[in-house]
Design a protein. Structure first.
Lengths: 313, 472
C-alpha cells in the first residue's frame, strides 16, 4: 500500500474519533451546567482544555461562556478541532484514500458529513443541542459499524485502527491531565458533592459511567476511577486498552516485514514502563507527571509511525 | 435551418422504434412519482460523491452534474454501424500517431502539410522515434458525436489525450438500475458495467513485456483538487489498482516506482490523468509538481507504459481534425464510415474571408480550446459579441477553425411540464490494446438543459443521461 494512503487512513480515523470525543465532551459540559452543581464556567474552561481547544479559543479573544464554548467546539471554522472542522478533514482524507476504503464506508462518511454540515450550518439553539450531539455520535457509530462490517482485515484496516486507538488514548490521557487534581487522594474530601460531580464528569466524558457502576456499584472513588481509566484492559477507552490495541494492530502490520520497527519498540516500552504496574505505583510516581509522560510518548509514537511507514517520504 | 430530428419522435411526431417500450411505460407512470424519483437520483449522486470541481469558483468547490432520468435509447443496428465507424477512426488515429513520430509517410504523400505537424503545439518532439510498448498510442479514446438525422452521425471531436466522463456513464446506469429496475426487465439494454474490468485488462495487455507475471497498473491523478478527481478515484477503485500522485512516484533502478509503506514498488502501466506538459519536470514543464522527474527516460527505454502515450494530443487537435477524412483513408484504405463536420481552417486566407463573411451562421472554436470555453456560436450571439470575436479572429486567425451550425438532434428530458426536447451529444468510450479495439455500447450523453441551447458542457449548464443501446 502507498505511504500516502496509510497517512490518509490514519488521519481519517483520528479525525473521526476526535469528532466523536468532542461531541462527548460537549455533552458532559452541558450536563454539568444543567445540574448546576459545579462552577460552570470553570467547567467549560476544562472542557476546552480537554478538547485541546483552549489556546485557540483564547487567541480568538472569546469570553468563556456556555454559548461561546459550545459554538467554538461544535462549529467554529477557526477552530481546527471543532466537530465541523474535524468531520470536514476526515472526509477530505476519505476522498484521498477512496480506493482503500469500501464504498459503504465512503457513503457513511459522506452522508455523515452532509448531515452534520446541515445541522451545524447555523448556531445550534440550546434546546436542539442534545439531539444534534446524539446524531453526531450516531453518525460516528455508523461509520465505525461500516468499517467493522465491510473492511478487509488487511493493512488498510490496521492503519484505521492504529489511528483510532492513538487518538482515543490521547483523548483519555488529556481528560485525565486536565482533571488529575480531583483524583488526588489529598483533595478527595470523601462524599463531597463537588467531587462527585467532578468524578462523574470524568466518567461521562469517556462514556464510562455505566461500565464503572457495573464494576464498582456506587462504591468507587478516585483511586478506582484512575485504575479504571488507565489500567482496566476491558474498558474500551482506557489507556491500557487503547495501547494494547495499538500494539496488536502494529503486530499484524509488521508481521510480514523483515525487521522489527521502531514504532513497535516504542509501544512495547510504553506498555512495560507505564501500563504494567498497579494504580498505587502511579499515585506514588505522581499522577500528573505520569499522565504528562504518557502524552509525550503517545505523540512520539505518532511521529515514529510517520517515519516507519513512509507517510511523507 | 431544417427541422430538428428528435430521437424519440423523429421529425414528424411518429414514435421511433427504440422508444416503443419506454413510451408504454412512461405513459402509465404518475408524474409525481417520477418527480420524487428525480430527487432520489440526485440524493444518490450526492451520497456517492460523484461531483466535479468548478475552477475559479471557490465557494462551491464540489458540484453535481445534473442528471436527467429519461434514458437516451439507441437501437442495436444503429449502434453496430456507429461502433464500426468508431473502430475505424481509432485505428487510423493510432496509425497516424505512429507515422508522424516516425517516417511521416502521410506528409511525404502530400496529404497533410508538414507545418500542420511541425508547428503544432500538441506535437511532442521528445516522442520522435519512440516506440510505445505494444505499439498503442491511445489506450483510451472518447469520440464526441452529434446526430442530425436517423442515420446521420458526425464526429465533432476526437478526444485522444485523457478523455473524461466515463464514471458518469457508469454511475448513470447504476442509478437507473436502482431507480427503475422494471425498465431493465422490459428493455434488453446492453451492459456497460464491464468497462472497468475491460479497462484494466486492456491496460495490462499493453504493458512492456516483462515476463509472465501480472503487470502492476496505477492511475496517476493531479490530486483531490482536480476537477475530475472523483473519476480518477472511482476508476482506480473499480479496477482495484493504486491511485497515485506525482509525489508518490520516483525513478528507482531504471523503473518508475511508487512509495509504499514498505519501500518502492515498480509500476508497469501508468494510466495518467495528468497532461503531457506536467508529466515530467525534467523533460517538459520544470515547474510541474504533478509529474515524475525522469519518467520520460524510463518510457523511452521501454520500461513503462504511459496511457495515453505522450504526444497523442496532436490527433485531437482541431486543426488536424479537418484532415481526418484523409487520415482515415490514408491508413485504412477504406472510405471513412463516420462523417466529419465541414471545417474551415482560418489559417488559410480564402477560408478566413469566408468565415468573416458568414460569422453569424458559423460556430468558431479555438484550435486548442476545450470545455466549450472561448468559442463563438454565431446564430445565438449578439452583434457586440460577433464584432468582438471578429477582432480576435483577425488578430490570430491560425488560432481558430469554423464549422457550420449543425441542427443537433434532441432527446426528451423530464421537465416540470413533462417531456421536453433538448439537444444532446454522445461520447462513446473506446479501449485499445495491441490488436484489440473495444467500444463500450453507449457512452456518455450530455444534454443542454436550457431550452434551445446547443452547449452541453457540464461547466456551462449541461447535464447527463443514461444511454441505452438495445439488443435487437
Amino acid at each position: 500500500m502507498l505511504g500516502k494512503t496509510a497517512n490518509g487512513l490514519f488521519w481519517m480515523s483520528r479525525y473521526l474519533e476526535r469528532a466523536e470525543n468532542t461531541a462527548r465532551l460537549i455533552e458532559t459540559g452541558q450536563r454539568i451546567a444543567l445540574t448546576r452543581l459545579g462552577a460552570t464556567d470553570d467547567e467549560w474552561t476544562s472542557i476546552l482544555q480537554s478538547a485541546s481547544a483552549q489556546g485557540s479559543f483564547e487567541a480568538a479573544g472569546l469570553e468563556v461562556t456556555r454559548d461561546n464554548a459550545v459554538n467554538w467546539l461544535l462549529r467554529d471554522p477557526a477552530n481546527p478541532s471543532s466537530i465541523l472542522s474535524t468531520i470536514d478533514t476526515a472526509r477530505q482524507n476519505a476522498r484521498l484514500v477512496r480506493t482503500a476504503i469500501t464504498g459503504e464506508i465512503w457513503e457513511a462518511i459522506n452522508s455523515s458529513y452532509m448531515q452534520i454540515r446541515e445541522m451545524l450550518a447555523r448556531k445550534v439553539p440550546e434546546r436542539d443541542l442534545p439531539g444534534v450531539l446524539r446524531r453526531i455520535r450516531q453518525n460516528a457509530a455508523l461509520v465505525r459499524g461500516m468499517v467493522h462490517g465491510t473492511m478487509m482485515r488487511n493493512d488498510n484496516y490496521d492503519f484505521l485502527r492504529i489511528g483510532t486507538f492513538l487518538e482515543r488514548a490521547d483523548n483519555t490521557a488529556r481528560i485525565l491531565d486536565v482533571k488529575y487534581y480531583v483524583l488526588l487522594p489529598s483533595v478527595s474530601a470523601v462524599g463531597s458533592s463537588i467531587d462527585n460531580v467532578q468524578w462523574e464528569s470524568i466518567l461521562r466524558s469517556v462514556s464510562a459511567r455505566g461500565g464503572f457502576r457495573m464494576e464498582y456499584g456506587i462504591q468507587g472513588g478516585p483511586r478506582e476511577i484512575a485504575h479504571f481509566l488507565i489500567l482496566d484492559k476491558r474498558m474500551p477507552r482506557s489507556l491500557a486498552f487503547c495501547v494494547g490495541k495499538l500494539d496488536n494492530n502494529l503486530r499484524y502490520l509488521t508481521s510480514a516485514m523483515p525487521k522489527a520497527c521502531e514504532t513497535q519498540r516504542k509501544v512495547t516500552q510504553l506498555q512495560q514502563a507505564y501500563l504494567s504496574h498497579d494504580v498505587d505505583a502511579i499515585f506514588d510516581y505522581g499522577l500528573h507527571q505520569y499522565i504528562q509522560s504518557v502524552l509525550g510518548r503517545l505523540s512520539d509514537i505518532a511521529r515514529q509511525i510517520e517515519i516507519d511507514f513512509r507517510f511523507y517520504e | 435551418m431544417p427541422d430538428t430530428f428528435d430521437e424519440m419522435w423523429g421529425t414528424s411526431d411518429e414514435l421511433r422504434d427504440p422508444y416503443r417500450q419506454f413510451h408504454d411505460w412512461f405513459t402509465q407512470e404518475d408524474s409525481k412519482r417520477l418527480k420524487s424519483k428525480q430527487r432520489d437520483a440526485e440524493d444518490l449522486f450526492r451520497l456517492s460523491g460523484i461531483t466535479f470541481n468548478v475552477y475559479g469558483k471557490a465557494e462551491a468547490e464540489e458540484r453535481l452534474i445534473p442528471f436527467d432520468i429519461i434514458p437516451r435509447i439507441i437501437s442495436g443496428s444503429e449502434w453496430f454501424k456507429l461502433s464500426r465507424g468508431i473502430e475505424q477512426r481509432v485505428r487510423a488515429i493510432n496509425a497516424f500517431l505512429y507515422d508522424i513520430y516516425h517516417s511521416r509517410e502521410i506528409v511525404k504523400a502530400g496529404r497533410v502539410p508538414e507545418a500542420m505537424i511541425r508547428d503544432n503545439e500538441a506535437f511532442l518532439p521528445q516522442m520522435i522515434g519512440v516506440n510505445p510498448p505494444g505499439g498503442v498510442y491511445t489506450h483510451i479514446v472518447g469520440i464526441d458525436l452529434v446526430r442530425t438525422g436517423p442515420g446521420e452521425f458526425f464526429v465533432l471531436e476526437d478526444n485522444a489525450r485523457t478523455p473524461s466522463g466515463v464514471s458518469y456513464m457508469l454511475e448513470n446506469r447504476e442509478t437507473m438500475l436502482q431507480m427503475f429496475p422494471e425498465l431493465f426487465s422490459q428493455n434488453r439494454v446492453q451492459p456497460v458495467q464491464n468497462y472497468p474490468a475491460d479497462l484494466v485488462r486492456s491496460l495490462a495487455a499493453s504493458a512492456p513485456d516483462m515476463g509472465a507475471r501480472d503487470p502492476v497498473v496505477a492511475v496517476l491523478t493531479p490530486g483531490i483538487y482536480n476537477s475530475a478527481y472523483f473519476e480518477h478515484a472511482f476508476l482506480a477503485d473499480q479496477m482495484g489498482v493504486q491511485l497515485v500522485e506525482g509525489h508518490d512516484l520516483r525513478v528507482v533502478g531504471g523503473r518508475v516506482a511508487m512509495r509504499t509503506t514498505q519501500g518502492y514498488t515498480p509500476i508497469d502501466v501508468l494510466y495518467r490523468r495528468v497532461d503531457d506538459e506536467f508529466i515530467d519536470p525534467l523533460n517538459f514543464n520544470p515547474e510541474s509538481a504533478l509529474g515524475v522527474p525522469g519518467i520520460m527516460d524510463v518510457y523511452r527505454a521501454g520500461r513503462i507504459t504511459i496511457a495515453n502515450a505522450p504526444g497523442t494530443g496532436i490527433a485531437d487537435d482541431k486543426a488536424i481534425y479537418s484532415y481526418m477524412p484523409e487520415i482515415v483513408e490514408f491508413y485504412t484504405g477504406e472510405r471513412p464510415l463516420l462523417k466529419n463536420v465541414e471545417t474551415w481552417r482560418c489559417s488559410e486566407p480564402s477560408s478566413l474571408s469566408y468565415v468573416l463573411d458568414n460569422l453569424s451562421e458559423l460556430v468558431v472554436k479555438e484550435v486548442h480550446g476545450s470545455g466549450g470555453y472561448g468559442m463563438l456560436i454565431g446564430p445565438t450571439s449578439s452583434k457586440k459579441e460577433l464584432s468582438e470575436f471578429r477582432k480576435k479572429l483577425e488578430a490570430k486567425p491560425e488560432n481558430y477553425i469554423a464549422q457550420p451550425t449543425l441542427s443537433l438532434s434532441t432527446v426528451p428530458i423530464f421537465s416540470r411540464s413533462g417531456l421536453a426536447p433538448r439537444h444532446v451529444d454522445l461520447r462513446p468510450f473506446v479501449l485499445c490494446s495491441p490488436g484489440n479495439i473495444r467500444v463500450t455500447p453507449g457512452g456518455l450523453t450530455r444534454v443542454a438543459l436550457k431550452k434551445g441551447s446547443l452547449v452541453v458542457n457540464s461547466s456551462q449548464g449541461g447535464g447527463t443521461k443514461d444511454t441505452w443501446v438495445l439488443e435487437d
